[in-house]
Structures are given as structure tokens and as C-alpha cells.
Write a protein that binds this ligand. Structure first.
Ligand code: PLP
Length: 387
């Protein structure tokens, strides 16, 4: 039997998948499960977007496109940045990818050599570290926690910026903390990276889902930043597997070459669906959905605090609340499993995201409507009171 590659030893599975499969098994046995564990918007596809995708299939638009994507989609994204973010991006700098997952792979492959070091935040999206490791490179962690409101500060940058750092990868809004960087912070990061000859990569996959801030993009600060984005979150199109990255001008050719080798092209019908999703009438509907997420956040946050979860950060982006459950547990995986068994409420243990006191943290995704969230709160309340 052929042995598996050694590099797999360093890649941890997602604990949330354990919770999800347990939740699905309970559901199959007839138990009512409230899913607050998976990072996926609950809304269905907009019918006009689904139609654009199926029209493309029926019209035979099912062959490869150019590796960097349909020019029409790049043009629409360029107009999107101009109209909604007041930022001019040439369509050529936009590379269409099969989701942000491939975007992350592409962006990191563009800059990392084996043994290079990339700085990431912890807690953070677990795949970042794994992709860096797959490329034979190293990661260094910058801890963000409740003492700094899960955000990046000048002193953190000074303390944790190693010598010869190749780049910094951050997400704003962040998974799992829901933290949003403001323009001043983005400018600080951009200048710091430029000064140190390092590449700043900003994952903006939750862009558009911000509740106290103006919608912003790191791209407005420098044309040297790489930005990752996707149609999975604001546009609720997870299964279409479609995203994009924006690269500095001098990386376009290399990105094209890499895209050819990594995935040839993003799914063609999904590219046509994405073109439709960027029309103003669709954007308006996505903005309405973002307002519904805000209402859910406004309901859930004080309720969780009342129950005894410690949440000091504002949670003003994405659809996550990263809560300190130290009042209830020192082992959040066991806590999540027991909670699921006893109440049918599924949430994610902090261990998935590493970082400070991960075993006391849980991530709660408000991907259900408010009546359902109310049921979840009631079940949590009964369970925690009985303990
Ligand atoms: C921060 C972050 N980046 C990237 C991704 C990957 O998203 P997708 O490949 O669906 O676009 C996710 C998914 O949850 C995420 O949370």
C-alpha cells in the first residue's frame, strides 16, 4: 500500500464537520436540529441568477472559458468596484476562480516559495494555514483576542512581524470573529507591508455583510494588495463555486499561467450566473438580505451575553459571533457535542480556528431566521440553567 504524503500529517480536519455529521444523523432520526454551525447563508439563489446559470447550460455555454475568466464578468466586477466602492480596478487585474478556496490557493502560490513565512491571524480561517503548509512554506501567527477586540493594532504588528516576512494574510470581515477592519487599519497594514517589502493579502469574502461600517475594500489603499473574494457569502452562491481575486498589474501573467495549471477555468455556467448577480436589481436584493443578517445579529448578540457568553467585540461583519464560553466549559468540543445531543442546537467549537483559549470559545453562525434563533436561545437557556 502506498503511504500518504507526509505533509498531510499537519493538516487537521474540520471539527465542525464532526458536529455537522452528528447533527445530520440526529436529524435523520427525526430530531429537530437548529443549524448554527456551518458558514453558509440560508437564503436560496435569486431566481434570476439561477435562470442565468441554467440558460447558459441550455445554450451550450458549458465549455472552458479563458483561464482567468470571461471578460464580461471581469468588466462587471470592475464596474461593481467603481459603483459600490468608489475604487477603479482594471478588468485585466481580476482573475475569476472556482470560489475563494481556489483564490487562496492561487494567491498564495503566486508569492510563496518553500520555507517562506506568511503571517496569519489566530483565530482565523483554518484553510489558510493548511494551504501555506501544502506549499512547503511556514506560517507565523499573530494572536488577536478580546483584549484587542480581535483586531490588528500597530503594537501587534510590531511585536509579531518576523524578519524577512513574505506576506500577511488577513480576512475582513473575519471568520470566525466577525471583526471588520476600518480604512485607517487597512491603510496601516498596507503601508506596513509596503515598507517591509511584504505582500498584503486581504480576504474580503464577507464584504457586503457589514453592519456598523461603510462597505469598504482594501483595494482603495494600494494597487499592490492582493484581494480574495467570492460569490459564496454576500451573493449566497456557495455551491456555484465561483469567486475572484484582484492582483497587482505585474502578477497578471503569472496568475494566468497558474490558473491554467491549477484549474483551467472556473465553471462556465456559474460565470454567467455571476454576471447576472452583479446587476443592480440583484445587488439591491442582496443588500436587503444583508439587512436581515444585521437584524439577526442585533437580536442574538444581547441574548447570548444575557445567557453568560462573554462577547466583548462588536461582531459587526460576516454572520458569526465568536463567544467566550469559559463560564460553561474548558473543552468547547465536548460542550458543543453535549449541547447538540441535549438541545438539537448545533454550533462550532473554537478549536477549528486555533488561537487564544480556543477550547473555551465557540462560533455561532446566525444563518437562521429570527423565529428560529429565538427557539435556539430558549433551548440554550433551558440547557445552561439545568447545568
Ligand atoms: C474567510 C474565508 N475565506 C474563504 C472561504 C472559502 O469560500 P468559497 O471557496 O466558498 O468561496 C471561506 C468559507 O467559509 C471563508 O470563511
Amino acid at each position: 500500500m502506498v503511504s500518504l504524503a507526509k505533509r498531510l500529517d499537519d493538516i487537521a480536519p474540520f471539527y465542525v464537520m464532526d458536529i455537522l455529521s452528528k447533527a445530520k444523523a440526529l436529524e435523520a432520526s427525526g430530531i429537530d436540529i437548529i443549524h448554527l454551525e456551518v458558514g453558509e447563508p440560508d437564503a436560496a439563489d435569486l431566481p434570476e441568477v439561477a435562470k442565468a446559470g441554467s440558460d447558459a447550460i441550455l445554450a451550450g455555454k458549458t465549455k472552458y472559458t479563458a483561464s482567468t475568466g470571461l471578460f464580461e464578468l471581469k468588466q462587471k466586477l470592475s464596474q461593481y468596484y467603481a459603483k459600490y466602492f468608489d475604487t477603479q480596478i482594471k478588468p485585466e487585474r481580476i482573475i475569476i476562480t472556482p470560489g475563494a478556496s481556489s483564490g487562496l490557493m492561487l494567491a498564495l502560490s503566486l508569492i510563496l516559495d518553500p520555507k517562506d513565512t506568511m503571517l496569519i491571524t489566530q483565530p482565523g480561517y483554518p484553510c489558510n494555514q493548511h494551504i501555506i503548509e501544502l506549499l512547503g512554506s511556514n506560517h507565523s501567527s499573530m494572536p488577536v483576542d478580546k483584549t484587542n477586540q480581535f483586531t490588528i493594532t500597530k503594537s501587534l504588528l510590531q511585536k509579531y512581524w518576523p524578519n524577512n516576512l513574505k506576506g500577511l494574510l488577513i480576512a475582513s470581515p473575519s471568520n470566525p470573529t466577525g471583526t471588520v477592519l476600518n480604512n485607517k487599519q487597512l491603510e496601516l497594514l498596507s503601508n506596513h507591508a509596503l515598507k517591509n517589502d511584504s505582500q498584503l493579502i486581504v480576504d474580503e469574502i464577507y464584504q457586503g455583510l457589514t453592519y456598523n461600517n461603510k462597505n469598504i475594500t482594501a483595494l482603495s489603499h494600494s494597487d499592490q494588495i492582493i484581494v480574495i473574494n467570492s460569490f459564496s457569502k454576500f451573493f449566497s452562491m456557495t455551491g456555484w463555486r465561483i469567486g475572484w481575486i484582484v492582483v497587482p498589474q505585474h502578477m497578471i501573467e503569472a496568475a494566468d499561467k497558474l490558473a491554467q495549471n491549477l484549474y483551467l477555468s472556473a465553471p462556465t455556467p456559474a460565470q454567467y450566473a455571476a454576471i447576472r448577480a452583479l446587476d443592480d436589481d440583484c445587488i439591491e436584493q442582496f443588500q436587503t438580505r444583508a439587512k436581515a443578517f444585521k437584524a439577526r445579529r442585533d437580536y442574538l448578540l444581547p441574548q447570548l451575553r444575557k445567557l453568560g457568553f462573554i462577547i466583548d467585540q462588536p461582531c459587526d461583519g460576516a454572520f458569526y459571533i465568536y463567544a467566550d464560553a469559559s463560564k460553561f466549559t474548558d473543552n468547547s468540543m465536548e460542550f458543543c457535542k453535549a449541547l447538540l445531543d441535549a438541545t438539537g442546537v448545533a454550533i462550532t467549537p473554537g478549536a477549528d480556528f486555533r488561537g487564544h483559549n480556543a477550547n473555551q470559545m465557540v462560533r455561532i453562525a446566525y444563518t437562521c431566521d429570527i423565529p428560529r434563533l429565538k427557539q435556539a436561545v430558549k433551548r440554550l437557556e433551558n440547557y445552561l440553567l439545568k447545568r
